[in-house]
Design a protein around this ligand. Sequence first.
Ligand SMILES: [Fe+2]
Length: 248
Amino acid sequence: MFNIFKKKKQDATLFYTTDVHCHILPGVDHGAQTIEDSLAMLREEKQMGINRVVLTSHVTADTFENTPDTLKPAFELLKQVVSETEDLRGMQLFLSAEYRIDEFWDKQYELGNQIAMPGNYILMENSFHQELLELDNLLFDLRVKGYKPILAHPERYGYYAQRHQRLEQLHNMGIKFQVNLLSLAGYFGQHCRETALWMAKNGMIDMLGSDMHGLDHAKVIKNYINSKEWNKLVPIIHSHIINDLVRD
Ligand SMILES: [Fe+2]
């Protein structure tokens, strides 16, 4: 009978307030499909302490050939609905994208069709099969043009799992690394988790992202940030994390 007096343990919140990687923009990739999906996911972000969300929908050849023309109307609509939604007031949204380095990117980059985050950060996704020969040149070119390239979830590219020195090399070139909370939680398997933990211990996580595609992802992340492991990891990575520097 005394259980009713027991205080419910408070859900943990993140130590930063900007999510730099998610698929919450509705109807443009395989993340949120409807405005209702987007609102539900934004509520999850809010519960985790996030109040600035960079919308990074997929831009990939053949599957999601998004351009500013497809992303901007969805963004304007979502922004409008969020501003009219009582419990999400104050949630700031920013439009950018997750750019896969492929032939569609090459074409769009030439046309200047990329949308950077505040502060000129830009989220780049490697091929999952093999590292592209032009990777170094492209990252260099982006920096020369004033962009700050972020490599999306380096821990997820299997070809780096046994080549940590290549990750060190890329990081030393000044490329920022964004790791998925889902990877740390083990959602993508043991190899990916181990690489993410190795990066954490070697000061190579610059940014964390939810990479949230749906409510199932939010659930995994919430469980993880309430775990003892996360609590032990936070003091190790805390001073390296620059999520909140994504601003103009
Ligand atoms: Fe993503």
